[in-house]
Design a protein around this ligand. Structure first.
Ligand code: FA5
Length: 362
C-alpha cells in the first residue's frame, strides 16, 4: 500500500514537470526571432546541462518498474523539442535571407494597371466627333437652380412636365430670383446658360455633364451622364438637326447605322422628337434567324430627345427668336455607349458596380 502510494505520487509529479517543461518551451519558442536566440534556447533545453539532460539524470531515483516509461516520455519530449527547434531555425533563416538579400535578377512584381472607365471613354469619343463639327465642349453645373433647369425651359413651377424629371432638391436657402437649388436632372439646363454666355449666335455647344434622378433599375441609375447639343444661328432647320445626328451615329457606332426621328413632346422644343438609332445586332431589321431581336425587339434603339428650340427658351437666353432659330438634343451617355455593336450590356448598373473584372476589359 505504501509502495503504491509512493509510485502514484511520483507519477503525478513527474507528469506535471514534463507538462510544465513543454509549455515553458513552447512559449519561449514563440519569442525566437534571431539565430542567436535560437542558439540560446537550444542550449537551454538540449545542451549538456539543459533541462532534458537534467531530467534524464534523475532516472536513477525512479522506481524500477517506472524507469522504462520515464525514459520513453522524456525522450519523446526531447524529440518534440528538437523537431520544433529545427522548424523554427528554417523559418528564422528564410526571414533573415529575405531581409538581407535582394536578387535583382528576379522578375519584378508588376503593378496592377488601371484602365479608363467606359463613361470616360465615351465622353472622349463623343467630344471628338463634335469637335470635328466645330462644337464647343462645355460642362454646366451639376448643382443648379430651378430657373435654369425648368423656368427658362418653358416649365413654370406648377407645370406637370417637371414630374418627368423627378428631382433631387438641395437643402439650401432658395433664391428669390432662381428658385430652389437642385441636382440637375438633365443637361438641358445648360442651354440658356450657354446663350447668356455667348450672347450673340452662332452657338454650337456640346454640354457633357452628370445628371441626377431618383431611379434604379436595369436601364436607370440615379447618377448618369447626358450630352446635349445646341445649335443656334440664322436659318437653322430640322434638316441640320437630322444631318448632325446622322453624322454622329455613323462616326460613333459605324457607317452602317441609321437614325430616325419620331414626333414627341418636350416643353422646351417645338416641334419635338425622340431619336432612334438602328440596332447594330440585327442591322435594323428587328429579326435574327427568324425570331425577334432580343436587344431592340423592333430594329431601333432610343437615343434620347431632340427638337427645335422653343422661342420662349431663346427669349430666356436673351436671343431674339425672330432673327434666330436653333435645335437641341439630349442623349444619355451610358445608354448611348451600351448601344455600340458587340457590347451587349443588358444592365446599365454594371457600369457603376465597381467590379474590376468587368471594368478592366475595356
Ligand atoms: C431629357 O432629359 C431631355 N432634356 C432631352 C432633350 C434635350 C430633349 C434637348 C429635347 C431637346 P429624357 O428624360 O428622355 O430627356 O432623357 C434623355 C436620355 O437620358 C434618355 O433617353 C436616357 O438615355 C438618359 N436617361 C434619362 N434618365 C436616365 C437614368 N436615370 N439613368 C440613365 N440614363 C438616363
Amino acid at each position: 500500500m505504501f509502495i503504491d502510494n509512493f509510485r502514484l505520487r511520483f507519477y503525478i509529479l513527474f507528469m506535471e514537470s514534463i507538462q510544465q517543461l513543454r509549455s515553458q518551451f513552447q512559449q519561449e519558442l514563440l519569442s525566437i526571432s534571431t539565430l542567436t536566440q535560437h542558439e540560446e534556447i537550444s542550449i537551454k533545453y538540449l545542451g549538456r546541462s539543459g533541462s532534458i539532460n537534467t531530467l534524464l539524470k534523475t532516472i536513477k531515483d525512479v522506481p524500477l518498474e517506472q524507469k522504462k516509461e520515464f525514459g520513453a516520455t522524456v525522450n519523446g519530449l526531447k524529440k518534440e523539442i528538437e523537431h520544433a527547434l529545427e522548424e523554427k531555425k528554417q523559418q528564422v533563416l528564410s526571414q533573415t535571407e529575405d531581409a538581407q538579400y535582394t536578387d535583382v535578377t528576379l522578375p519584378g512584381t508588376p503593378y496592377a494597371r488601371g484602365s479608363v472607365h467606359l463613361v470616360t471613354i465615351a465622353i472622349e469619343e463623343i467630344s471628338r466627333v463634335f469637335s470635328k463639327l466645330g462644337f464647343n465642349r462645355m460642362s454646366y453645373p451639376e448643382i443648379e437652380w430651378e430657373q435654369y433647369s425648368f423656368e427658362n425651359l418653358n416649365m413654370p413651377p406648377e407645370h406637370p412636365a417637371r414630374d418627368d424629371f423627378e428631382t433631387f432638391f438641395v437643402d439650401h436657402q432658395p433664391s428669390d430670383v432662381f428658385g430652389k437649388m437642385i441636382l440637375s436632372p438633365h443637361t438641358s439646363s445648360g442651354q440658356t446658360r450657354e446663350m447668356q454666355r455667348v450672347q450673340k449666335p452662332p452657338i454650337r455647344m456640346i454640354n457633357l455633364a452628370k445628371c441626377y434622378r431618383p431611379n434604379w433599375d436595369a436601364s436607370h441609375v440615379p447618377m448618369f451622364h447626358q450630352f446635349e447639343g445646341l445649335c443656334v444661328d440664322t436659318g437653322i432647320t430640322i434638316s441640320h438637326l437630322k444631318g448632325t445626328i446622322d453624322y454622329f451615329a455613323k462616326e460613333f457606332f459605324g457607317a452602317n447605322r441609321k437614325t430616325r426621328i419620331r414626333p414627341f413632346h418636350f416643353q422646351f422644343t417645338e416641334p419635338s422628337f425622340e431619336v432612334d438609332v438602328s440596332c447594330g445586332v440585327c442591322d435594323g431589321t428587328g429579326i435574327i434567324d427568324g425570331t425577334k431581336c432580343k436587344i431592340c425587339k423592333s430594329g431601333w434603339l432610343e437615343l434620347g430627345g431632340a427638337g427645335m428650340v422653343h422661342p420662349n427658351v431663346l427669349k430666356a437666353g436673351g436671343i431674339d427668336s425672330d432673327v434666330y432659330s436653333g435645335w437641341a438634343f439630349g442623349f444619355g451617355i451610358e445608354r448611348t455607349f451600351m448601344m455600340k455593336e458587340g457590347l451587349n450590356l443588358d444592365d446599365i448598373r454594371v457600369l457603376y458596380s465597381g467590379d474590376v473584372r468587368f471594368l478592366e476589359q475595356f
